[in-house]
Design a binder for this molecule. Structure first.
Ligand code: FE2
Length: 375
């Protein structure tokens, strides 16, 4: 019987965020791991404190334990494509290629990486509109709401992502602006990672929207992160503005097989609670496949539909903004939450994180009705 205890971070919303206590990752029995897995699928984001000594190898092994058949990093080698929007943000640990280093500032030597300069993604490089420079250190935005997933080829969306905070700059807070005409804002710790629950996002839909979501699939673009690399984001970080800036298909790397294009349910099931999460990566949606066989392929319309389904679920009261401390190891259910980088760092604010996820050994589980209909 495991001693591991999960303490919800917000007792009013235990489905999003818990701290795990009494965890010894170097000596993790099967029952301890089961307790962590259960906590992960009940709370969807769990933080294990004081893991400064966790090696990249142990991080990869723990991450793989959620999906022992999983092999490669969640994006495989797809981020090598120079035009991918993911390319600048990630540096691979040479001796543990499933583990990526992310962060901000200059790092002379870390796990075999020498003289690297990390750059915390800034909304200025991705959003259509930006916060003026003079407000930049006080105000911020959600950079990009997403699921960690290649969404192309044979790479299934990873079940779990682990994030270890190695170095965290001294804390201050920022005001996060939605800048979408609602006046919504949120006070957040500097460089937080923001999470929202896909289960809540689904639960608060109208009955008609739920039926639509349960019975529809999303077709993602081929080479999705290259395809949308010239497009700009909405100010809330929840999908792109439609200005015909996507790359034409013949300007993309070759599409080797039509089967490489991923068409996934809008709604993914939690393996323990059996609840449904609305899980859509809004930046790279291309088409919606409806239950009656029709396909919505007008990109602006597709994006508007997806935004109308997702936006209520990122309202301030539903966001969990993790206040990082060095040694925090956060595991999140990548089939049940969306997350976003947040914040603007100064060049001298050094931040160093390690991220690991693995392309899942099987695709997300959609609603049964949909699976039955699509066989
Ligand atoms: Fe991510």
């Amino acid at each position: 019987m495991s001693k591991i205890h999960a303490r919800p971070l917000n007792p009013l919303n235990p489905g999003l965020g818990a701290v795990l206590e009494d965890v010894d990752l170097n000596n993790l029995s099967d029952s301890d791991f089961d307790a962590i897995r259960t906590a992960l699928y009940l709370h969807n984001v769990v933080c294990i404190k004081s893991q400064e000594k966790l090696t990249p190898k142990s991080q990869a092994e723990l991450t793989r334990r959620f999906d022992p058949e999983a092999q490669s990093y969640g994006h495989g080698k797809t981020i090598d494509a120079k035009r991918s929007i993911l390319h600048p943000d990630l540096k691979t640990v040479p001796h543990q290629p499933e583990v990526q280093v992310i962060g901000n500032g200059f790092v002379a030597d870390y796990e075999g990486l020498k003289d690297i300069t990390l750059k915390h993604p800034h909304h200025r490089t991705f959003h259509k509109t930006v916060i003026p420079d003079e407000e930049d250190l006080d105000c911020t935005r959600f950079y990009r709401w997403h699921i960690d997933a290649a969404l192309y080829g044979r790479l299934n969306p990873p079940l779990v992502t682990s994030l270890l905070a190695v170095r965290v700059p001294a804390g201050r807070t920022q005001t996060l602006l939605y800048d979408d005409g609602t006046g919504d804002s949120l006070q957040v710790p500097l460089g937080t990672t923001a999470f929202v629950s896909g289960y809540t996002m689904f639960d608060i839909l109208t009955p008609d929207q739920k039926q639509f979501a349960l019975n529809s699939k999303i077709e993602y673009a081929p080479h999705p992160y290259v395809w949308m690399s010239n497009a700009k984001s909405r100010p809330d970080g929840l999908g792109m503005v439609s200005e015909d800036r996507e790359l034409a298909l013949n300007d993309l790397p070759p599409i080797e097989s039509a089967a490489d294009i991923q068409i996934l349910p809008m709604v993914w099931q939690n393996p323990i609670t059996k609840k449904f999460a609305l899980q859509i990566h809004p930046s790279v949606v291309r088409k919606i496949h409806c239950r009656d066989g029709s396909i919505i392929d007008n990109l602006a319309q597709v994006r508007d539909i997806v935004h109308s389904l997702q936006r209520p679920g990122i309202a301030p009261q539903y966001v969990y903004a993790h206040d990082w401390q060095e040694g925090d190891l956060v595991l999140f259910n990548n089939h049940g939450v969306l997350h976003s980088v947040v914040g603007a760092f100064d060049k001298n604010e050094v931040r160093l994180f390690r991220q690991c996820n693995l392309a899942a050994s099987s695709p997300p589980v959609g609603p049964e009705a949909l699976s039955a209909q699509c066989v």
